[in-house]
Design a protein around this ligand. Structure first.
Ligand SMILES: [Zn+2]
Length: 481
């Protein structure tokens, strides 16, 4: 007997068996019960989420000997014909290969004939967005005045490509991506029926790779079963799918977070030697950093990250001591480099360059934290005489000489500052600028990073209580000295 692929063998035959599209199946059930099923129905949603499956169940529900019924019997002639795909009154048309106006014209002529032996003639058009404009126009005429015995069920992954005139005549149902846990549970059921020995961790891995599509998950499972003998080990699956082990992703992201670029390059080398595809590996790293950001932000984590809770716990540990803005910077750079790696003829090299660039990121201090730091600095400043004015140069020197934190000696010893302060031929604005520049000079000797960043500021005002610095631009880099 030939092997029947899992997706076909376990294709749901009733609305109840459909995985995770309750919002669709429930509304259809209600419509069937109240005899209000439209003549044109549109199923939209990502691939492998059950659109064609539900279309067939709906066809059965409408044409069943017991019907219309939300629970088709699956034993009458009509139901069995639809299951086996050779029903005379249900036509499955692939929109991609029958997209011309001729095909739709012959369909229109066909529509007028009564069904052979069922209540309805049902046309299921898959990938309907592939129809040409003239084909859509021809179809529109039928949709405007459909014969009462005719029903159209359209399925598409790209509803935005369907003309609005068609859309407005359809009752629309949006299918959702299926979460990893539900896919994994569904595969678990199938595996126990098939007597396949496989761990939950492995099933989660396959489900993750399938990216929300049941059909993809089951074909991956088919593929893995065909490649393995006896027990299916986690390592086997990693090899077959060409996926990097989660541990490797954690290792490399740790190296990046700790700025240990040699270690990151080392991991890349290992992965490369094992024959993994670099572009796919990079995509996994970006995905991981996206997840780390979500974890760091701390809201709707389980909804936004489709991963088992123990992995989310590990991520939480990973970002505990890392600031959100730093994570953001890394994610931003990784994302910007994505195209260059995807398009590169030497993706490994491109990936290494991206990692080296990562090592040059300097953590950004958020503006609120910066203000806090300036406030702290202000608190540590000594009191200034009430009549203090910047123009009074000796006072300025006195003021600076009282600055604590070891900087004061540098300032008092500075002959440059003394000279600057003792000259008296400028107005107070010039004085501010010159004083500030002298200060920067002094800082740059022993605190170059701080001076470099303060250079983007200007001194606005000095009073008894306040030192006012104007920050230019909308971003501000500062290294914590
Ligand atoms: Zn039936």
């Amino acid at each position: 007997m030939s092997y029947l692929v899992l997706a076909r063998k376990y294709r749901p035959q009733t609305f109840d068996e459909v995985i995770k599209q309750n919002h669709v199946t429930q509304t259809l059930t209600n419509a069937i019960k109240s005899r209000r099923v439209a003549h044109a129905i549109l199923f939209t949603g990502p691939r492998g989420t059950g659109k064609t499956t539900v279309a067939r169940i709906l066809a059965k529900a409408m044409n069943c000997k017991e019907g219309p019924t939300p629970i088709p019997c699956n034993i009458c002639g009509s139901c069995r014909e639809i299951t086996s795909g050779n029903a005379v009154d249900v036509f499955e048309i692939d929109g991609a290969s029958n997209n011309g106006v001729e095909q739709i014209r012959s369909l229109r002529e066909n529509v007028n004939y009564m069904p052979a032996h069922s209540p309805n003639k049902i046309y299921i058009i898959d990938e309907v967005h592939m129809l040409s404009i003239s084909a859509f126009n021809a179809l529109l005429k039928t949709l405007e005045e459909p014969p009462s015995h005719v029903m159209f069920i359209f399925a598409t992954t790209e509803p935005h490509k369907i003309p609005i005139t068609i859309l407005s005549r359809c009752q629309r149902y949006d299918f959702k991506l299926i979460d990893i846990e539900s896919i994994s549970n569904h595969m678990k059921d199938i595996c126990s029926k098939e007597h396949i020995d496989i761990t939950e961790e492995s099933l989660m891995l396959i489900a993750r790779e399938a990216g929300g599509s049941i059909r993809d998950a089951l074909s991956l499972l088919d593929q893995i079963m065909a490649c393995s003998e006896g027990t299916i080990s986690y390592k086997n699956i990693l090899d077959i799918l060409g996926v990097a082990d989660k541990k490797i992703i954690f290792d490399i992201s740790n190296a990046i977070l700790q700025k240990d670029i040699p270690e990151a390059l080392n991991v890349v080398d290992e992965i490369y030697a094992r024959g993994y595809e670099m572009k796919k590996f990079y995509a996994e790293i970006i995905e991981h950093f996206r997840n780390l950001l979500v974890v760091k932000m701390g809201k709707n984590i389980s909804k936004l990250i489709n991963l088992p809770s123990h992995e989310i716990d590990l991520m939480q540990d990973q970002v505990q001591d890392i600031s959100e803005s730093y994570l953001n910077q890394i994610f931003d750079l990784l994302f910007k480099e994505e195209a260059s790696i995807r398009l590169s003829a030497q993706p490994k090299l491109a990936l290494e360059i991206a990692f080296i660039r990562l090592s040059h990121i300097k953590p950004v201090l958020p503006i609120d934290l910066l203000i806090e730091k300036l406030d702290d600095l202000k608190k540590n400043l000594p009191a200034i005489p009430a009549n203090y004015e910047v123009a009074e140069n000796k006072d300025a020197l006195k003021y600076y000489s009282k600055i604590p934190q070891g900087i004061s000696e540098e300032l008092t010893d500075s002959t440059e500052l003394k000279e600057s302060c003792s000259s008296s031929s400028y107005d107070s604005n010039d004085n501010l600028e010159i004083t500030w520049n002298k200060l920067l000079d002094i800082f740059s000797k022993n605190h170059p990073a701080l001076a470099a960043n303060l250079a983007k500021c200007s001194l606005k005002k000095l009073t008894k209580q306040n030192i006012e610095i104007e920050v230019h631009g909308n971003g501000y880099n500062i290294n914590i000295p």
